[in-house]
Every structure is written in structure tokens, then in C-alpha cells.
Design a protein around this ligand. Structure first.
Ligand SMILES: Cc1cc2nc3c(=O)[nH]c(=O)nc-3n(C[C@H](O)[C@H](O)[C@H](O)COP(=O)(O)OP(=O)(O)OC[C@H]3O[C@@H](n4cnc5c(N)ncnc54)[C@H](O)[C@@H]3O)c2cc1C
Length: 324
């Protein structure tokens, strides 16, 4: 059996979990084994309808009120108990921060190797995996051994596809046996930024600003453009280091990884650590005074010019064309 570790918000699987399910189902079909899933928290049972449509035949729900808050060691201990009871051949997590952390705990507890950020998995003895290294700037081909193959899926490397042949799903709810020490690290409050705007993670259009924007006030023009396009504003690390924007807005290796339809990079040089966070965008438009800036070579479109002049001109043209 292939076992997917599903992250969900109130029973709705995250988009990275759907990517995981797509890869896991293809792997299970190739191996001729069923695909099953683990969801943590009682509310996870309501994910079963969606999981069925992605080819999951059994969903294991770990129900313990203490598990509803994120507790990496407790979540991993829960997974390990399921692995020991159900003997999956493969366990796959997402490449999110939480997926990676829980799977690392699982690997340590089981004393097994973990192949992180995989883009392709070929079953066999050993498994052959292709995985992203160095923030996605390098693809590594590796052999994965171990009694249970442990993997995470690189974010945005798989196009989500439901299973047209999906049938019924069985829901098995169990209370794992957990100790107090499993809860030494637990997320207590989780405060959502209440901006009333579309979030950076979900936005179909992201307007990103870099040092070339010039100041915190310079972001007002980017806010205006993003709002006209129904999008969100992101930024580079140079900007967060300067204190112009909060870290939550940072795109990149040490920030958020985004996959919008359009990323408008304004006054951003295109350092590798930034591109890691936006390379999954379907299209990139760069606005930069320097035609030799690395971002220009990596973008689908580029406008060479001053960010304020270009953004202001684009905004007023959209206003002119947009029916009020
Ligand atoms: C371990 C590590 C992790 C990192 N993680 C991240 C990360 O998560 N995200 C991230 O972004 N960076 C990250 N960095 C930093 C990264 O290496 C770069 O330093 C950073 O991305 C540069 O930001 P920038 O492009 O805004 O600034 P710069 O590199 O200074 O580029 C500014 C750009 O603006 C252009 N420009 C200047 N004036 C104008 C104007 N008036 N109009 C138009 N264009 C103009 C310039 O031509 C230039 O291309 C990390 C670095 C390390 C070492």
C-alpha cells in the first residue's frame, strides 16, 4: 500500500496535498497496490469525499483533541503507529514546512532514509527518485532504499489530476497512543492576517517588489496595481531586511513559495534564492531598469524601465480599460 500524509484545513485538503495524491496514485498504480491516506484530527473525516475522488481507498483518521493543533512529534508518532500497524510500502508527505518536518520526525523514529522534494519516483529495488536540491536549482537522481520508502513531494512540481475511475472509500477512525512528551512542541495560537485581501499563497496574480521599489512608500503603487488585478503583493528579502514589508510577504527560499498565473517582479534582481519561491508561476513579467538583471533572462516578458513610471502607466491604462 502507498500511504499519503494529508494536510487539511477543517477537512479541506491543502493544494499541496492534492499534488501529493496525484503523484502517490500514479505510483500506487505502477506498483499495483492501493492508495490510502492519513488525516490528523477528527475534522479530517470530512475530507473523505475529496480523497475518494483522488483514488484513495481507505482514509485513516487519527482522532485525539490534542492533535487538532500542530504538534510535529505527536503527528509523527501517530504516523509511525499507523506504519507499524498497516505496513505500507511507501509513505509520502507534502513538501510544505509541516509535511517536511513531520516526515523528518517519522524517518528519525523509524531509522529510515527520507528522500525530500521528489519530482519523480520510479518503483523498484531500490526506488529511483528525482528530487530538487539547492532550492530547486539542481535536480538530483538518487536511489532510495529502506524497508518503507519515505518521500516528500516537491511543491508545485506535479499538476493536480483527480482520478476518473474513483470508487468508494472506507473511513477508519482510531485514537493513537500518545505521551505528554509528544506535545512538547505544539502550536498554540494561530492568528490569520485579517487584511480582507486575497492571500499571497492563493493569489492568481502577485505583484512582487524588490529593493528597486526604493522605499516602503513606493509599495503603494504596487498595492494599487495588485488590487486592480485582484492579486496580492509580495517582496524580496532585501525588502524585508530593510523593514519595508513584513516577513509574511517574502517570496523565496526563506519565504513563501507561490504558484500564481502571473508574477510581476518589480525592481527585483532575480537572485536564485528569490526565484526558488516564484519559479512555479505560469508567467513572469519583470520590470527593471537593468536589461542585464538575471530576472530579465528568466522572465517570459520584461519591461526595461523605472518601476514607478512603468507601474503607474500600467495602472492608469488598466483603469482606463476597466469598466467602472
Ligand atoms: C540563505 C539565503 C536565503 C535567502 N532567501 C531569500 C528569499 O527567501 N527571498 C529573497 O528574495 N531573497 C533571499 N535571499 C537574498 C537574495 O540572495 C538576494 O539578496 C535578494 O533576493 C535581493 O533582493 P532584490 O532583488 O530586491 O535586491 P537587489 O539584488 O538589490 O536588486 C534590485 C533590483 O532592482 C533594480 N532596480 C533598481 N532601481 C530600479 C528602479 N527604479 N526601477 C526598476 N528596477 C530597479 C536593479 O536593477 C536590481 O535588479 C537569500 C539569501 C541567502 C544567502
Amino acid at each position: 500500500m502507498v500511504l499519503g500524509f494529508i494536510e487539511h484545513v477543517g477537512g479541506a485538503p491543502t493544494s499541496l496535498s492534492l499534488e501529493l495524491l496525484t503523484m502517490a496514485r500514479r505510483l500506487a498504480q505502477r506498483m499495483g497496490v492501493p492508495l490510502e491516506a492519513l488525516v490528523i484530527g477528527g475534522s479530517g473525516a470530512s475530507a473523505s469525499g475529496i480523497l475518494a475522488s483522488y483514488g484513495v481507498s481507505v482514509v485513516h483518521v487519527a482522532d485525539d483533541e490534542r492533535l487538532s493543533a500542530y504538534a510535529p512529534a505527536a503527528w509523527a508518532h501517530t504516523m509511525v503507529q499507523l506504519v507499524e500497524a498497516a505496513h505500507p510500502a511507501v509513505v509520502i508527505g507534502t513538501g510544505s514546512d509541516r509535511g517536511a518536518e513531520v516526515m523528518a520526525h517519522v524517518a528519525a523514529r523509524l531509522r529510515l532514509p527520507l528522500a525530500a522534494n521528489c519530482t519523480e519516483v520510479i518503483p523498484g529495488n531500490p526506488f529511483l527518485v528525482t528530487r530538487q536540491r539547492w532550492g530547486g536549482s539542481l535536480l538530483e537522481e538518487a536511489r532510495l532504499k529502506g524497508a518503507v520508502k519515505l518521500l516528500t513531494v516537491a511543491p508545485h512540481a506535479v499538476t493536480v489530476e483527480a482520478d476518473a475511475t474513483a470508487t468508494d472509500i472506507e473511513v477508519e477512525t482510531k485514537r493513537p497512543s500518545l505521551e505528554d512528551k509528544d506535545f512538547r512542541v505544539t502550536v498554540v495560537p494561530q492568528v490569520e492576517a485579517d487584511t480582507g485581501k486575497v492571500s499571497l499563497a492563493q493569489a492568481r496574480v502577485v505583484v512582487g517588489g524588490g529593493r528597486g521599489v526604493g522605499s516602503a512608500e513606493g509599495f503603494q503603487a504596487l498595492e494599487e496595481l495588485a488590487s486592480l488585478l485582484g492579486g496580492a503583493v509580495g517582496c524580496s528579502r532585501a525588502v524585508t531586511s530593510l523593514g519595508w514589508r513584513p516577513h509574511a510577504d517574502q517570496v523565496g527560499q526563506t519565504g513563501m513559495r507561490i504558484a500564481p498565473d502571473l508574477y510581476i517582479a518589480c525592481g527585483i534582481s532575480g537572485a536564485i534564492q528569490h526565484m526558488v519561491g516564484c519559479r512555479a508561476a505560469k508567467h513572469i513579467l519583470a520590470i527593471n531598469t537593468d536589461k542585464e538583471a538575471p530576472i530579465v533572462a528568466q522572465a517570459d516578458y520584461a519591461v526595461i524601465g523605472d518601476v514607478k513610471a512603468v507601474v503607474t502607466a500600467v495602472t492608469s491604462e488598466i483603469r482606463r480599460l476597466k469598466p467602472s
